[in-house]
Design a protein around this ligand. Structure first.
Ligand code: EPZ
Length: 417
């Protein structure tokens, strides 16, 4: 298992470019299934999850163009195997995003239930309920979702809770359905908007993305298009936290604070000086941060994907913070590992009370999920001495070239076999 050894106590400085957004790239790659045309992507992040999805699409008969840096073409005209097998889906839950497109374009799909993950049960009942409302016949047996539909019909759907990939699956399915689909209680995340923009460039008729009511007028067919993946706002926030926790000064390029208002506001509350341009963010950290409390909720509120990273900065801040996680039932897996570094954290239900300490001490810790591992990197950079983070394959799922980017910012981090 790969490990990452970090020598803490270095104030990060310098500038790096942010990669394309994992959580925009995954649904947008699945959108290629909706057409026989060719899709040409740019700013595609080379992540483990992206590689897993490309492997899944290739198994379905999608022609994957040569990997050319951040550019990638996909051609699903040869789609012939609408199956997403358990051995791939269990490693990447977002594979569920092939369900809507396969059903809409191919009329059938056999997709493994994703199963739970470290942060929660992660059911997909809303995806299924919405597709059934559009006329799909769906049976769940032997761990697989078996779905059929001659042609989906537009419907009015209101999901029981805000679901990002649920909204994305239904929006993709609706783009080829007969008639109008209205998705109420829709997720407003920027990645939903990026997917909608890609679908529109393919000829779909989508309006309202970014609000809680999305309307889709189904069309007969969609065409190929070119699309640049939006910047990764969570990667952006993660490096801002790393700079904040180490008292550093960094400039992040190819990104925007447009989708990070709540995160930028919290970092300013913590005492950071932040300067924004159209495509960059500069953070200048104070010698010591002030504690900041937060509560996660669907966009535009504070993102759950930044909760763990903020627990790390609060661990070394001056004061006491309360962190409330309202989206996932088990997203405090990083707490025990942060405590190994000397963090003072008490969990009370879905609240974590974090009392800042003057210094964390390096130790051996274990990554449990993607953002928990990011939290451990932030804490290790701030800690005194060396920290070795085990199971960092979790990091590779969502952070492109992390060691190189950290090195460009002056961090002492090296991968160990
Ligand atoms: C997306 O997951 C993201 N993943 C997650 O990012 C992110 O944490 C999450 O949205 C919330 O913002 C991708 O976009 C690939 P949800 P998703 O459906 O869509 C419940 C990362 O670190 N729910 O919005 O799976 C669910 O259990 C990852 O990059 C149902 O009950 O999340 C959760 O409590 C982690 N039934 C809540 O809704 C359903 O059918 C929100 O989940 C669907 C969801």
């Amino acid at each position: 298992m790969d490990k990452l050894a970090i020598q803490g106590g270095v104030a990060l400085s310098g500038e790096i470019a942010v990669s394309g957004a994992k959580n925009a790239a995954l649904p947008i790659l699945c959108a290629a299934l909706l057409t026989t045309g060719t899709l040409e992507f740019s700013n595609l992040p080379r992540l483990r999850d992206v590689a897993t999805l490309l492997k899944l699409l290739a198994q379905m008969g999608v022609r994957i163009g040569a990997e050319e840096g951040d550019r990638q073409t996909l051609d699903a005209s040869g789609l012939n195997n609408p199956i997403a097998p358990y051995d791939l889906v269990k490693t990447m839950r977002a594979s569920i995003l092939v369900l809507g497109p396969l059903l809409a374009r191919h009329g059938e799909a056999k997709v493994s239930l994703p199963g739970g993950c470290a942060i929660g049960a992660r059911p997909v009942d809303q995806h299924i309920k919405g597709l059934q409302a559009m006329g799909a016949e769906i049976a769940v047996e032997q761990g697989y979702i078996h779905a059929r539909a001659k042609r989906l019909k537009g419907a009015r759907i209101c999901t029981d809770m805000v679901t990002v990939t649920g909204t994305e699956n239904l929006m993709m399915a609706a783009s080829l359905a007969e008639g109008e689909t209205i998705i109420e209680n829709a997720a407003r995340e920027p990645e939903v908007v990026d997917l909608a923009n890609c679908l529109v460039s393919m000829g779909a008729r989508v309006s309202g993305a970014g609000t809680d009511i999305i309307r889709v007028q189904g069309v007969e067919k969609l065409r190929g298009a070119a699309h640049a993946i939006m910047p990764d706002r969570i990667e952006t926030g993660t490096y801002l936290c790393a700079a904040a926790a180490t008292g550093g000064k960094v400039r992040l390029l190819n990104t925007s604070a447009a989708y990070l208002d709540t995160v930028v506001d919290k970092l300013m509350d913590a005492g950071c000086d932040i300067r924004l341009t159209r495509d960059s963010i500069t953070l200048n950290a104070p010698p010591r941060l002030k504690s900041v409390s937060l509560r996660t909720a669907p966009y535009p509120a504070f993102p759950t994907d930044m909760q763990a990273q903020f627990m790390a900065i609060n661990a070394v801040a001056d004061g006491v913070a309360t962190i409330r996680e309202t989206i996932f039932e088990n997203r405090f897996m990083h707490v025990a590992e942060l405590q190994r570094l000397g963090a003072d954290i008490q969990i009370e239900g879905n609240n974590a009370i974090v009392r800042g300490v003057a210094n964390l001490q390096g130790a051996t810790v274990m990554a449990t999920d993607l953002r928990a591992s990011a939290s451990l990197v932030v804490a290790a950079l701030a800690a005194q001495g060396e920290t070795v983070i085990d199971r960092i394959y979790h990091l590779d799922r969502g952070y492109e070239n992390m060691e190189a980017k950290l090195a460009n910012l002056g961090a002492k981090a090296r991968r160990q076999a």
